[in-house]
Write a protein that binds this ligand. Structure first.
Ligand code: SAH
Length: 215
């Protein structure tokens, strides 16, 4: 399949699975997923499936990335926090829609690789922080939007505190290693509004910074 045809097929698949927002589709089209993968997995970059990345983690399924991004309702004025940089693919898409993106990763090697990629792709409004994302990023709070791309048992209170009023947070919640529910939380003056968006499967949110041997 030639690259143009492959791209058409990719967008068609996203649309047919519910990613219909034109801005989100444009941002995804402009983001070369193969650059976020290594070795043999690059050939499968345009399949709608999660794939392995280093440190035993995974790049999310494109449809899930699209649906989460869409649910965030990002505008050009938004300052966004992502927990779980992984490959950097989700953050790269956020960077095309938002004013500023901060993304936190507990594996130093993944954080470093994502940083290099963003430079290479000319994405200068995204900052990668190596640290424990379960604590959020208090020094940059509050955020207009927060996205968590690793599963916690519950919406972490620390992150909710760092969300601005009328802000939106999207995250998978449920037992790690099983199926989780993707939820959208809107922080209003009256309290929190929750909407369930569907079943997903993410790697677990792990507290603390990873102690990798080979960094
Ligand atoms: N958004 C990624 C996919 C995320 S995979 C992408 O687009 O490729 C989930 C990532 O969350 C993994 O890289 C994992 O190391 C990271 N993670 C898990 N717990 C974390 C924590 N407490 N703080 C920061 N990152 C964490």
């Amino acid at each position: 399949m030639d690259p143009f045809e492959r791209q058409m097929q990719f967008v068609f698949t996203l649309r047919s699975r519910g990613v219909t927002n034109a801005e989100v589709l444009k941002a995804m089209e402009a983001t070369p997923r193969e650059r976020f993968l290594e070795g043999i997995f690059q050939d499968r970059a345009y399949e709608d499936t999660p794939l392995p990345i280093s440190c035993g983690q995974t790049i999310s399924q494109p449809t899930v990335v699209g649906l989460m991004t869409q649910a965030l309702e990002i505008t050009r004025r938004c300052k966004v926090l992502e927990i779980g940089t992984g490959s950097g693919y989700q953050a790269a898409i956020l960077a095309r829609l938002a004013r500023r993106v901060y993304t936190v990763e507990r594996h130093r090697r993944l954080a470093r690789r994502a940083r290099e990629l963003f430079l290479d792709l000319g994405l200068h409004n995204v900052t990668v922080v190596h640290g424990d994302g379960s604590l959020g990023l208090p020094e940059q709070a509050p955020f207009d939007r927060i996205i968590v791309t690793a599963a916690a048992e519950d919406a972490p209170g620390t992150l909710i505190e760092q969300l601005r009023e009328n802000g939106i947070m999207v995250l998978p919640v449920g037992q790690s290693h099983s199926v989780q529910q993707l939820i959208k939380v809107v922080k209003t003056a009256q309290g929190l509004e929750y909407t369930e968006l569907g079943a997903v499967r993410f790697v677990p949110l792990v507290e603390g910074v990873a102690q990798d041997v080979l960094d």
